[in-house]
Design a binder for this molecule. Sequence first.
Ligand code: COA
Ligand code: AMP
Length: 637
Amino acid sequence: MANTYADTYSAWMKDPEAFWAEAAKGIDWDKPWDKVFDADAGVYGRWFAGAMCNTAYNCLDRHVKAGNGDALALIYDSPMTGKVEKYTYAQLTDEVATLAGVLADKGVGKGDRVIVYMPMIPQAAIAMLACARIGAVHSVVFGGFAAKELATRLEDAKPKAILSASCGLEPGRVIAYKPLLDEAIEISSHKPETCIVFQRPEKAADLTAGRDHDWQGLCDGARAAGRKAGCVSVAATDPLYILYTSGTTGQPKGVVRDNGGHMVALNWTMSNIYGVSAGDVYWAASDVGWVVGHSYIVYAPLLAGCATILFEGKPVGTPDAGTFWRVISDHGAKVLFTAPTAFRAIKKEDPKGEFLKKYDLSGLKALFLAGERADPDTVQWAEDMLKVPVIDHWWQTETGWAIAANPMGIELLPIKHGSPSVAMPGYDVQILDENHKQVAAGKMGAICVKLPLPPGCFPTLWQNDERFRSSYLVDYPGYYMTADAGYKDADGYLYIMARTDDIINVAGHRLSTGGMEEVLASHPDVAECAVIGVADQLKGQVPCGFIVLKAGVDRDPAEIEKEVVGLVRQKIGPVAAFKLAMTVARLPKTRSGKILRGTMRSIADGEAYNMPATIDDPAILDEITDVLKGRGYGGRV
Ligand code: COA
Ligand code: AMP
């Protein structure tokens, strides 16, 4: 058995199929695969072709069958409501099988899509697993998105049913989900047959007769009738879920995850990357609406037989900057995984770590960070405070698990601040120049992964092989283009520096500036616009919109700026955190009319930039600089 990272990585390199076949032994299969990897199937090949399995079975039933039904599976901790609820594997299996029975009785079956639009309550995880149990394909939509974003997903996924709750809870306000859901269904041309709504005591929802049903009522009925659904065997290559993520336009990309490869990869990561095993308590402080929530709140911890913490709260303000430490000590979390922004928020409130002194964190063995670049200051602060390894790791919605990490479960490699460490087995990561040639160590380039992608990564976009190819595969033939730019040092450590597209990362949330531009452009007084991400001390980046008003508009620009801010909140949602809009006379462009967003970003962030050779009118950059300075941003360097 390989027991160093180098051995493990080279074992994979030497024989990828043998490597993943070995990892696949950690999963229970209904039927074994015909081929570990079928290079002729799908767009770039498919893993575990011919195998049959069920993800919910592997997450739940098999642990119960193995005699671990009384082990803790899920801990719901909600400082928002003051509630803590615990589910054993037996209890969670029962909840999931019951809801699965309800869904099946509503006509939902294998391959049908189900939208899950839920706050961070146990029913969100139960909903996902119930879909998996009957072979239905879930698509979770983050609660901070507005009705229009939900409608776009309804339109694309065409769900038979929606699982939702009456409300979500944000500090200081209750967010009624049902009006958003109704509006989305109203806008969408696709109308789901059934909505099952979990009524929360904080705010009940009015149910539409015929279409809407009370979650608890249906489950109580099913329970009284002894109705539970069994696990439906699906192909390893069948979709488990679709997760929409920001693309370069307002039309999100439907990232598809399959069943077999996903289980194999996630199960492998738990022991090898995170160093946890059955019985350990694992906490990913994210949201089930994001990929981190899918992989590390729900699927991976349960596959590995861990107890997963589902936390409904914020790192600060619920009620204070000691909440994370309380949760770790109350539940004995061995690993915490969150976004750097959460630690920046805690550091800002409690720079000296006074709250830490109140709790026993001796059970915590590591902090993992991802979702955005982990700035060295934050990593250093976390190390000083927690006195455990602080491990940055890099991944994307598309991959579903870490492309680069420090594999603590195999061996803890030296940590280099600013780097998510090294490529994981499965990923042949190369830094390429514009001629598709590998660059020397230390030189920046496009970060690409040689095809095929490993198990667990997306095989395609939902019913859109063409967009999958054009977005990810055509620019660097033979490679998956990550759309991140960066470099590798002489030791093979990766440094992820920037996106090469117009995706920005706001508080660990991935957002499309293109999508925001579409909203700004829809305002009747706006002639043209540009949205860029500017550096923000807390959130990493925040969006900043520039608008040029149509000729003849003589309204107060401040009014229009307020309106466009409101429009983004209404059309994309509060999660866009779009609060900065500035009216400018003109936008800087190249002679061919391309807006110089990169240069504008450098000005806003006060970074040095070279005058673009193709700029049409350099004077516009001074105008932009003045407007930005007027709002306290940047300056010309
Ligand atoms: N439903 C409805 N609204 C939501 C929401 C949800 N699930 N999640 C966030 N929002 C709202 C917030 O209330 C906020 O609204 P506001 O403009 O009225 O204040 C807005 O969306 C922006 O949210 P966010 O960017 O998260 O800012 P915040 O000030 O609420 O919190 C942090 C800042 C750093 C505390 C928070 O982003 C955080 O905990 N991040 C942790 C990391 C994380 O979850 N990353 C995901 C991937 S790992
Ligand atoms: P998402 O799909 O929401 O997980 O966002 C993926 C993007 O977030 C990546 O393409 C990176 O730009 C960024 N990202 C995620 N993790 C890291 C990390 N550890 N370091 C730097 N950037 C990261």
